[in-house]
Design a protein around this ligand. Structure first.
Ligand code: PMP
Length: 407
């Protein structure tokens, strides 16, 4: 029987618990810096104008129906998704037909499918190294498919930047042929990314140690506003001839959070039999996909596909990306400026050095709980704030609250 001993109460997901607490708070000044979803300057969700246009096109299509997608998803979507992350149709991996792509349930589904594929077919040291800290769901996803987890240091509390030496030492000490999960850009939760020079060193270390790169890319175009800048690490690894996998989400960069549009890509190394290998991989991915979801959802992928396949809409999308990333960068500058103006103890350059949706403020757990009870400002216990929750109306309030809390 399903007794309490057999099925113990699981803890609530901390992030969704935080959202619930925020919604229940009646204070007029409350601020949500928890969930990683873009908000406009009025703290409202933003439907990208280009997504509205694509939606119009879809709805006016008299041929539109609701038949099943193929098992691997909509080909016009997955092929453009591959070009997007690999930097265009002239990527060596695409030219040499060394890529296979499967449409997934957003980025989460892509990480899962990748983890499942590696659990079945990876022949190296079957342990995944995750950055410390990382997106909390990475732990559960790899555990669920039976891949043991290890950590590599990532964030330096001293500098609020990258602990590059610690990271390299851990990856150097890892058993040869380990799986290494890397955030392609806009690291969640820290907002700290390696520089291109540091990426080159990481690549060299992985090559020497025969480690396997697993890129998670949830923020392309959202970090810098430039799609080609945000995929620079992935492009570099592919240029170096790595065999690797990529989990790609379209939740943030298209604002398609709930529509679950994503892709999983496998890139093999250059080899004379690469085309045969990639076909075999595709056949196995199809079996895994079939047993898990049969075929992926249509709507989000259709929207993204319309935009990715139309140069004019694509350019408009890039403009929308600059609007989102630009507003976030402006808020980073504003928050830092206000804290420095107030003379808040500590240094605040990390707020503008960090990139993407999130920032690690350096606030401790007791400070996070106090800012929640005293000022109705909600952030995760590790002191991470979603920059998208800041706007011209609340940034001063938040800065003053942080100032009071850290004094
Ligand atoms: N990876 C990372 C690092 C993320 O931050 C996210 C979004 N929070 C995801 C994957 C996947 O999100 P989604 O399933 O909504 O695409």
């Amino acid at each position: 029987n399903f007794t309490a001993e057999v099925v113990p109460q699981a803890p609530e997901d901390p992030l969704f618990g935080l959202m619930r607490a925020y919604r229940a708070d009646q204070d007029p000044n409350k601020v949500d810096l928890g969930i990683g979803a873009y908000r406009d300057d009025n703290a409202k969700p933003w439907v990208l104008p280009v997504v509205k246009k694509a939606d119009e096109t879809l709805r006016n299509d008299p041929e539109l129906n609701h038949e099943y997608a193929p098992i691997a998803g909509i080909a016009s979507f997955t092929s453009k998704a591959a070009e997007l992350i690999l930097g265009g149709a002239d990527s060596p991996a695409i030219r040499e037909k060394r890529v296979t792509s499967v449409q997934t349930i957003s980025g989460t589904g892509a990480v899962h499918l990748g983890a499942l594929f590696l659990a079945r077919f990876y022949t190296g040291s079957k342990k995944v190294y995750l950055s410390d800290p990382t997106w909390a769901n990475h732990n559960q996803i790899f555990s669920n498919v039976g891949i043991p987890i290890a950590k590599y240091p990532y964030f330096s509390k001293e500098t609020s930047g990258l602990d590059f030496e610690g990271m390299k030492a851990a990856l150097h000490g890892a058993p040869e042929g380990s799986i290494v999960l890397l955030h392609a850009c806009a690291h969640n939760p820290t907002g700290v990314d390696p520089t291109l020079e540091q990426w080159k060193e990481i690549a060299e270390l992985l090559r020497v140690k025969k480690h396997f790169p697993f890129f998670d890319c949830a923020y392309q175009g959202f970090a810098s506003g430039d799609l080609m800048k945000d995929n620079a690490a992935v492009r570099y690894f592919v240029e170096q001839g790595f065999e690797l996998v990529i989990a790609q989400s379209f939740a943030k960069n298209f604002g398609l959070y709930g529509e679950r549009a994503g892709c999983f890509h496998v890139v093999t190394s250059p080899a004379s039999d690469a085309e045969t290998t990639i076909a075999r991989i595709a056949s196995q991915l199809a079996i895994l996909q079939r047993s898990e979801i049969s075929n992926p959802p249509l709507y989000g992928a259709r929207i993204a596909s319309i935009v990715l396949n139309d140069p004019k809409l694509f350019a408009e999308w890039e403009e929308n990306l600059r609007t989102m990333s630009g507003r976030i960068i402006t808020m980073r500058k504003a928050l830092r400026a206000k804290l420095e103006e107030l003379g808040t103890p500590g240094t605040w350059n990390h707020i503008t050095d960090q990139i993407g949706m999130f920032s690690f403020t350096g606030l401790t757990e007791p400070q996070v709980l106090k800012i929640r009870s005293d000022f109705h400002i909600y952030m995760t216990k590790n002191g991470r704030i979603s920059m998208a929750g800041l706007n011209t109306k609340n940034v001063e309030y938040v800065a003053k609250a942080i100032d009071k809390i850290v004094r």
